[in-house]
Design a protein. Structure first.
Length: 81
């Protein structure tokens, strides 16, 4: 079973951090790890965010949270195609 990345992002966008986190934390695919990392950035837990970006195989970006959310939506949209 695959993570519903769009649902996780929608929950995060709408302020349902815990629900979004609960959804993505059970998956280890790259996009789930990136969303997980983003959620920890939102929370202000930079160390945990860096860990999850590392699990996704990338460095933590220096973009804004708004820019990162948009980037993640773009990635999720491409994955659905």
């Amino acid at each position: 079973m695959e993570c519903d990345h769009i649902k996780a992002l929608d929950l995060a966008r709408d302020g349902s951090w815990e629900k979004s986190h609960k959804l993505v934390q059970q998956y280890s695919d790259k996009l789930s790890c990136l969303i997980h990392a983003y959620l920890h950035r939102v929370e202000g837990d930079i160390g945990n965010a860096q860990y999850w970006y590392g699990r996704a195989g990338v460095d933590m970006p220096d973009n804004s949270l708004k820019e990162e959310l948009s980037r993640l939506y773009e990635m999720a949209d491409k994955k659905q195609m």
